[in-house]
Design a binder for this molecule. Structure first.
Ligand code: SF4
Length: 134
């Protein structure tokens, strides 16, 4: 039986890039692919929560990171999970140089646009990984 693809955003709350990674993840899991994609709180992994580690180890994971620190990707791997795909907000920003998000608490208009672009990319990967499951 197919299992939801686990999309795990970084938890950056003081950086607009971290906010974009979370917002894009919620778009995918709640609006675009409910049932096919699910998420969990990265802080649980960081704290070593057993249930969170079990879910990560038993799922196909997509890490979504705000910056080069790659907190999500690193913690998924440290928790015994395998990162099947890795998205970085910095890369989306490089591909869309006209967009400059500034607000770190709420997404401004450019942050919203970047979140939608990122969510579409994640969704395409969710579909690909979903189909690849036996
Ligand atoms: S990847 Fe960057 S933005 Fe995200 S939690 Fe880590 S340091 Fe913060």
């Amino acid at each position: 039986m197919k299992k939801p693809i686990l999309v795990i955003p970084c938890s950056g709350i003081g950086k607009s890039f971290g906010s974009i990674s979370r917002d894009a993840t919620f778009r995918v899991c709640d609006e675009l692919r409910p049932g096919k994609a699910d998420t969990l709180c990265l802080s649980l992994l960081v704290m070593g929560d057993e249930e969170a580690r079990r879910r990560v180890a038993g799922s196909t994971c997509i890490a979504v990171d705000g910056c080069t620190m790659e907190c999500s990707g690193n913690n998924v791997e440290r928790s015994g999970g395998k990162v099947a795909a890795h998205f970085r907000v910095m890369d989306i920003l490089r591909e869309n140089r006209g967009l400059r998000p500034r607000d770190v608490t709420f997404l401004d208009a450019d942050g919203e646009k970047l979140s939608k672009i990122l969510a579409e990319k994640i969704t395409a990967k969710v579909d690909e990984l979903w189909e690849a499951q036996p």
